[in-house]
Design a protein around this ligand. Structure first.
Ligand SMILES: Nc1ncnc2c1ncn2[C@@H]1O[C@H](COP(=O)(O)OP(=O)(O)OP(=O)(O)O)[C@@H](O)[C@H]1O
Length: 222
């Protein structure tokens, strides 16, 4: 269960702090797949970064299965990210100096959760078996995003966060990547929180949470 209560986050600007999240509340059940929507600038990516334990917040609380994020130091947050959270970005963010195979296993190895049989199955299911010795720059966008999906899922995280994961892909390629992502999330019983501007993608998830000016404006069945 992911619980967010009265979450506040501001960014420093030249004049005064600019509030971006202004009291966000939500509860997402284990295994639930939720779309996070909202206009540009409403705070979606900021919220995702906080839930990914990539940044700290000013006030409020985030808990994942009872584990409270506030008050955690850098080491504890890094440990939480490695062991419990998988993140997929729009820009793929693969490590250019590592082969596809090493990119796939990178996070699982870091967190000491590498499982050779699961890695082999993931590689096969993501259609990457022939590509493991290539470099990321030698892959198409869709192939790179399949590697990013595999890398995020390899350590079997409790929570998968995705920020417009198909935003850089054409519709057919994006839809195929979504199929794989949703299958793997369901199979590993992970919870998914995904930022998207696409109503069609949001409709494939269980629920839609809409942000407006840094607050939850609407919650709807997808
Ligand atoms: N590191 C930062 N420093 C200062 N301001 C920031 C920072 N990150 C985000 N912001 C500001 O916070 C607001 C919300 O940004 P955020 O990226 O969370 O919005 P978003 O809903 O994800 O938008 P989009 O759909 O365009 O990606 C914006 O006004 C943005 O300029």
């Amino acid at each position: 269960m992911l619980t967010i209560t009265d979450l506040h986050k501001s960014f420093e600007t030249a004049d005064a702090p600019m509030p971006v999240l202004r009291g966000v509340d939500m509860e997402i059940a284990t295994g639930e797949c939720v779309a996070l929507t909202g206009e540009s600038g409403s705070g979606k990516s900021t919220l995702l970064h906080l839930v990914a334990a990539l940044d700290t917040f000013d006030r409020g609380s985030i808990t994942l299965d009872g584990q409270e994020f506030s008050g955690m130091g850098d080491t504890a947050r890094a440990n939480l990210r490695r062991t419990r959270i998988g993140v997929i970005f729009q820009q793929f963010n693969l490590i250019p100096s590592l082969s596809v195979g090493d990119n796939l296993s990178f996070h699982a190895r870091l967190s000491d959760r590498y499982d050779a049989a699961w890695q082999a199955e993931l590689t096969e299911r993501l259609g990457l078996s022939e590509l493991v010795h290539r470099w990321p720059e030698q892959l198409s966008g869709g192939q790179q995003q399949r590697v990013a999906v595999g890398r995020a899922i390899a350590a079997r995280p409790a929570l998968v966060l995705a920020d417009e994961p198909t935003g850089n892909l054409d519709e057919a390629t994006g839809s195929a990547v979504m199929d794989l992502l949703l299958d793997l999330v369901a199979e590993t019983q992970a919870t998914l929180l995904m930022v998207t501007h696409s109503g069609a993608l949001a409709a494939r998830l269980n629920r839609r949470i809409h942000l407006r000016h840094g607050r939850v404006a609407e919650v709807a069945a997808a």
